[in-house]
Design a protein around this ligand. Structure first.
Ligand code: AVI
Length: 315
């Protein structure tokens, strides 16, 4: 059974509204959730395998090497919630290490991906109950009231927290605090800008294809007229925000029509499509504290590129 919670807002109309309002701003921008249509999700999966994109393999290595500690943190008979449709191998490594887990609840707005995760996990762990929940975890929602007893831990890997701005990150961590008493979260750490920029502008061009796919999506779904060969992908470091930003830069000045409206671009003008914030442990610790959490353990790779943190609710 799949539970559907809240309003499913990622409709065609919501896409049109987000694009029209985003392109009407001084700094044109489109929220990063719209990068993930079917092709965008496939391209993101491809990004996680490219050499330049270190976060996925580094976090996977951290989870593999510390799975036992993480399982101890979750406790026996755990109820594990995951925000996101199940990040493949990392989730499986953690579940495999848990002692007699009671229930796994993957939560995601993408019903198809959720169904795939559910059947994959159910096949791999036939004795584990899996209860998918279709909900937008970036918005408020309540968990079903009748969850089994047992320690409840949230798993939020992938450094997805980095795609949220400060206000959204606090809102997310506060919501998680209402749902569970403990959490394991992946956080990408600040590092040299060159490593960061090549992770978001890989030499194989997969990230560029991922970003440019948004324009193809607008052309297809909103009757848009972006000339795809006249926009380029760019990764930029924003020091003030401590974030890598993805932009789509227009090579010419032009007017682009979409959804029956005209949008003017000057040559070199960009659409900001994603920010990926990079933290240090102190800054992340105080962010978590604002939302009622204390960082209790931190597991890192040797080079200190990425951290997986355990959080305990303190208030
Ligand atoms: C999903 N998210 C954590 C990725 C990131 O690193 O911010 C999305 C991504 N964008 C470009 N490459 C990967």
């Amino acid at each position: 059974m799949t539970l559907e919670l809240g309003f499913q807002t990622r409709s065609d109309e919501a896409f049109r509204a987000a694009v029209v309002s985003g392109l009407s701003r001084k700094q044109k921008s489109i929220p990063c959730c719209w990068l993930y249509d079917a092709r965008g999700s496939d391209l993101f999966n491809a990004i996680t395998r490219v050499e330049d994109y270190y976060p996925t393999r580094t976090e996977t290595e951290i989870v593999s090497q510390n799975a036992q500690d993480m399982a101890n943190f979750c406790g026996e008979g755990a109820v594990l919630l995951e925000y996101g449709a199940g990040s493949g191998i990392k989730t499986e490594i953690l579940i495999d290490a848990l002692r007699a887990p009671r229930l796994y609840l993957p939560i995601d707005i993408a019903a198809d991906e959720l169904a795939q995760t559910t059947s994959r996990i159910a096949k791999r762990f036939p004795r584990l109950d899996v209860f998918p929940i279709v909900a937008d975890f970036t918005r408020d929602f309540d968990l079903p009231p009748a969850l089994p007893l047992g320690p409840r831990t949230a798993f939020f890997p992938g450094s997805t927290i980095g795609n949220l701005n400060l206000r959204e990150a606090i809102a997310f961590l506060s919501r998680m605090h209402r749902h569970v008493g403990a959490a394991i979260i992946g956080v990408d750490l600040k590092k040299d800008v060159r490593t960061l920029l090549s992770a978001y502008d890989d030499s194989a061009g997969v990230t560029a294809a991922f970003n440019l796919n948004l324009l193809a999506r607008i052309n297809r779904e909103l009757d848009g007229a972006f000339p795809l060969d006249r926009f380029i992908h760019e990764a930029r470091w924003n020091q003030t925000e401590s974030a890598v930003e993805m932009h789509l830069v227009s090579l010419d000045s032009r007017v682009v029509t979409l959804a029956g409206r005209d949008f003017t671009f000057f040559s070199g003008e960009s659409i900001h499509t994603e920010s990926s914030r990079k933290y240090d442990l102190v800054t992340f610790g105080s962010l978590a504290e604002t939302a009622g959490w204390r960082v209790s353990q931190s597991w890192r790779d040797r080079a200190g590129q990425f951290a997986v943190l355990s959080l305990d609710a303190v208030s």
